[in-house]
Design a protein around this ligand. Structure first.
Ligand code: FMN
Length: 174
């Protein structure tokens, strides 16, 4: 049976490094893993705590519910998590969608340590299942990806491979 993993990019930029990393992850994952890239981040309305949730939010939450695990790959903007990604996470706070869900956090930026720590803190507030083995910080990311979007840094490939395998292992124990 295929294990479904939902992949979320924190960058809305076309041809973004984070999108390239998620595409590379698809190639690094075992055959019985299906990585589905979430495409709705730009369409999510700004969070508000109203009782009725818009259709785009319900679709986001449905994709989360159908996934055995989640991979988030994000840049850092102004020492923090991109607002559009934080917004998507805020929509799940009261529903518990991330509760005990294995989540791998990959931060790919120039430095990225602050967004990485901040995202882990937010996900811990959402009770996601986190592990050091599934987290990867990729500094100087632009120097590690070719113009065609392939990762050219062996250590980054090794770290991503280890993280995806740890994530699958974590999902299998549920
Ligand atoms: C508005 C803006 C703010 C940024 N702020 C930071 C920052 O605070 N720390 C950092 O490490 N990189 C920062 N960067 C660099 C990005 O993290 C880096 O370019 C990353 O590769 C962008 O991801 P993407 O290619 O997936 O869009 C910033 C980039 C932009 C456009």
């Amino acid at each position: 049976m295929q294990i479904k993993i939902l992949a979320v990019s924190g960058s809305l930029r076309e041809n973004s490094s984070t999108q390239h990393i998620l595409n590379n992850l698809k190639l690094l994952a075992p055959n019985d893993v299906e990585i589905i890239v979430y495409a709705g981040l730009a369409e999510l309305p700004h969070f508000n705590d109203a009782a009725d949730q818009p259709a785009a939010v319900l679709a986001w939450r449905k994709q989360l519910a159908e996934a055995k695990a989640v991979v988030i790959c994000t840049p850092e903007y102004a020492f923090g998590v991109p607002g559009s990604l934080k917004n998507a996470l805020d929509w799940t706070v009261s529903s518990g969608d991330f509760g005990n869900k294995p989540v791998a956090v990959i931060t790919a930026a120039t430095v990225g340590d602050k967004a990485h720590a901040s995202l882990l803190l937010t996900l811990s507030a959402l009770s996601a299942k986190l592990s050091d083995e599934t987290n990867v910080l990729i500094p100087f990311v632009r120097s590690k990806i070719t113009a065609e979007g392939n990762i050219k840094d062996a250590e980054t490939i090794r770290a991503l491979q280890a993280a995806i395998h740890a994530l699958i292992k974590s999902a299998a124990t549920l």
